[in-house]
Design a protein around this ligand. Structure first.
Ligand SMILES: *Cc1c(COP(=O)(O)O)cnc(C)c1O
Length: 341
């Protein structure tokens, strides 16, 4: 298969249309067989549930080429399961987990020419999503839905190595107790846009959200979970019912314990103790881990000992081990790597 002529190292993180996308429609209480289509555009009624009341959920994952030339994805079963939880919370029909994985495999295969080569640092980003399509004007769930998967190649997240970022404690809240913070839904992002633009205007890379009930505990950023490294090398991550259960973060905690022999802890993390940690990182599919060098709380700076030049040593080990597993250089736990072709 001939790869597309793309400058893989310089494509950045933006949408590039690829050849095929997967579509399945839900109507009269059931999903149809699903198919690959060429048209990247969607036509729907002006009153579609997704347009009026934001009834939509999504997933994000990557396909990439391993050292031995295979195209693989990382733990797609967890994305499938998470989308089930997201759909249920928004009263949407569940797209079966085995069909989710099949749809991802078929879409990636059909766009194999866009999967970046090994060593480029680029990947093929995969976006499964689902939304209500029939007209809904009285507030209620839609009756008809579409599940789709598209792919878009994305460049290396960090060009020339991961530089630590500076984040600020946000004055806005991300998720209410007993709300929707734990599901992957566009609605959580729509309302975060003002907060992230405010952070950027103030010179920060990201927001640190605190729990909205007490504003004493660390939650997450707009799109990534936190890990902290304590001075005794323990890996600590916030436990909360209102953060999105990141697959990257769960994998990092496993790698810390089972590959690196580190102590791990998922617990309440109070903002007051952030100053005592040695390292801090943000976990998500896009960057795997982004190191955080500094947290600013209304002018008060917390500078982690790992500094602003490079990842902290433990964060680096976690990053190297997890990306080594993903790229096929380190043996993966059973079921983590799904070979596509
Ligand atoms: C997607 C997402 C993450 C990261 O999850 P991964 O499964 O690691 O990609 C973290 N926080 C939020 C709010 C997200 O939407």
């Amino acid at each position: 298969m001939e790869k597309k002529k793309i400058d893989w190292e310089n494509i950045g993180f933006s949408y590039m249309q690829t050849d095929k996308r997967y579509v399945s429609d839900f109507k009269d209480g059931k999903w149809d067989d699903g198919t690959l289509v060429d048209d990247a555009n969607i036509t729907m009624n002006e009153c579609a549930g997704v347009l009026q009341y934001a009834q939509t959920v999504f997933e994000g994952m990557k396909a990439y080429t391993t050292e031995d030339g295979r195209i693989v994805t990382f733990r797609p079963d967890l994305n499938a399961a998470r989308m089930v939880e997201s759909a249920k919370r928004l009263e949407m029909p569940v797209f079966p987990e085995d069909r989710f994985i099949d749809a991802v495999v078929r879409t990636v295969k059909a766009n194999a020419a866009y999967v970046p080569p090994y060593g480029s640092g680029a990947t093929l980003y995969i976006r499964p999503y689902m939304f209500g399509v029939n007209p809904v004007i009285g507030v209620k769930p839609a009756d008809e839905y579409q599940f789709r998967v598209f792919t878009t190649p994305v460049g290396p997240y960090f060009k020339g190595g991961a530089k630590p970022i500076t984040i600020c404690v946000s004055d806005f809240d991300r998720a209410a107790p007993r709300g929707t913070g734990h599901i992957k839904a566009g609605l959580n992002y729509a309302m975060s846009l003002h907060a992230i633009m405010t952070a950027h205007r103030n010179g920060f890379d990201e927001n640190m959200y605190l729990d909205s009930a007490t504003r004493t505990k660390v939650e997450e950023t707009g799109g990534a979970n936190f890990i902290f490294i304590a001075k005794d090398n323990k890996v600590v991550t916030p436990h909360s019912g209102t953060i999105l259960p990141s697959i990257t973060r769960r994998s990092i905690m496993y790698v810390a314990e089972h590959y690196l022999g580190l102590e791990v802890e998922e617990r309440d993390v109070y903002f007051d103790e952030v100053k005592d940690f040695a390292e801090c990182g943000l976990c998500g599919t896009a960057a795997v881990i982004s190191p955080v060098g500094k947290v600013v709380d209304h002018g008060k700076e917390i500078c982690f000992p790992s500094g602003m030049e490079k990842m902290g040593p433990v964060t680096q080990k976690l990053y190297d081990t997890l990306t080594g597993i993903q790229m096929g250089q380190i043996e993966a736990p059973e079921g983590w790597i799904k070979v596509i072709e």
